[in-house]
Design a protein around this ligand. Sequence first.
Ligand code: GH3
Ligand code: MG
Length: 535
Amino acid sequence: MNKYKGHFLKNVRKKLEQWEDVGVVSYTELYRFLHSIAGTAAVIGLDEIGMEARQLMNDLDEQHKQQWTVEEVKQYIFKIVKLCYENEGFVSPTSVLKGKGQGEQPVILLVGNDTTFLMHMKEKLGTMGWYVIAVAQAEKVVSFFYDMRPHCIVIHFSTKEKHGFELLEMLNEKLKQQFISTMIISDDNKKETRLKSYALGADDFLAKPFDMDELIVRIQRQLERKKLIDELLLLDELTHVYNRKYLKQVYEQLQSDITRFKESYCLAVLDLDYFKKVNDHYGHLAGDTVLKEFARFLRQETRAGDTVVRFGGEEFLLLFPKTNIDTACLIIERIRTKFSNVLFQQGEKTFSCTFSSGIVEISEGNRPLEYWLQLADHALYAAKQAGRNRVQVAKPSKEEPYQKLIKIAIVDDDAIMRTIITDILEKSPCEINVKYDVRSFKDGVSFIESTWHQDTLPCLVILDGVLPKMDGIEVLQWLRAQKGAERYKVIMLTSRQSEKDIARALELGADDYITKPFKLLELEERICQMMKRMS
Ligand code: GH3
Ligand code: MG
């Protein structure tokens, strides 16, 4: 980039910052800004920016607006800001997103204690369009596993470290149940290491040095196998009740019954209360036992014609054919009381669990399943709000639907980056029922001092590595030391040159990182993945 371009971009950045400080921009000032850009840009070889500025200048006359808020201005000139970003060389040559739009993006969980190796692998596997999560802290693997729901796990460990084997042993049951393939990458190729890996449940084994293309093909094969199995299965692997895929089939059947027999039926959503605490206090295996027991209990307590579905995580659905809402309520109430008396044993300790439920009566044959699910979900939310361990009947929805709130903080000292990331977030498709509250911060200190995020809501932090006053790593360290730190998910923006920073970020438990320069599409993809998992 030549000197003039550098200077030009610096001025755009400075102007944005000034406007952010005052919050409002007058018509004359905006006009002057566009005028100066239109004049300079073309001269220094940024023709596209020049043309855009000229166009905006012409449109401006028709708007007759004397005062603009900084948000309005940013929206108005967004294309210019984006072009500035692209002209700064923020385009990553190595990352080509393949496989987009072909259903769910495969998720690869990469585990190891050699951060340089992790970084290298993440970059290479990322070029396949896979969503790769690198984890360097062995103790974080289990929660990442449950939250990110990977399709394949790649474990690398040096033979001196026992982490790899321990991890394999710990996850083995779970991996087997869900047909998640595991690949071991080892420093040595001794027969003993290979045998032990396979014996502990690894599906594949590669010793260093290996050929990256071969690794990719082998992972690809495992992913295809997983996809095929997923398509074939209608039962949930852990609890052995039906899964979401089967739900669609039953729904179609029940809907056709409505049309034929004019008899309504009921759908109930059941969600275990404070289930996260069960995992935290007694471990994930105990959590799994509760889920299995809950599913068994639901089957036992319902009629043969009723259907039990594990909808995901700790959420189950019950379908009661030919049943009106009063009867369904009585059944769920009975199950609720009975289940709250079931005792679970974990070592010396005993504990019990409760659930909340939202129920809806389905009496129309022409609505999509999602409509009823949303109604039941609203009722469930109301039950949770009212104190949990209770049943709530859904009301036909005229009222404002409930929305889960996720806070998103952008901590970056660059005004261009702040504008661009805010725009990505505003345009990115939300999950149903989720609302984002986006704030940006110019430095780490103003972020950590802000009371805005100091509550109990989930918060995604998009954190620049290099910041004035307190750098990104220090902010990450601060976040991880907070009580309830797990509600913060952190995506670090780091420079490709600073391997040490990436290593440190991974060690400190950043949930993801992306190296600058990156493609906007890539950043968008990563943010979406993270938010999908937070909703
Ligand atoms: P609430 O009363 O509001 O529903 O709180 P909660 O803690 O039940 O809900 P939250 O959604 O915060 O946590 C659900 C947890 O369930 C988080 C996730 O790690 C865990 N989980 C999801 N699937 C599984 C699983 O298959 N096994 C185990 N053990 N835990 C799981
Ligand atoms: Mg729950």
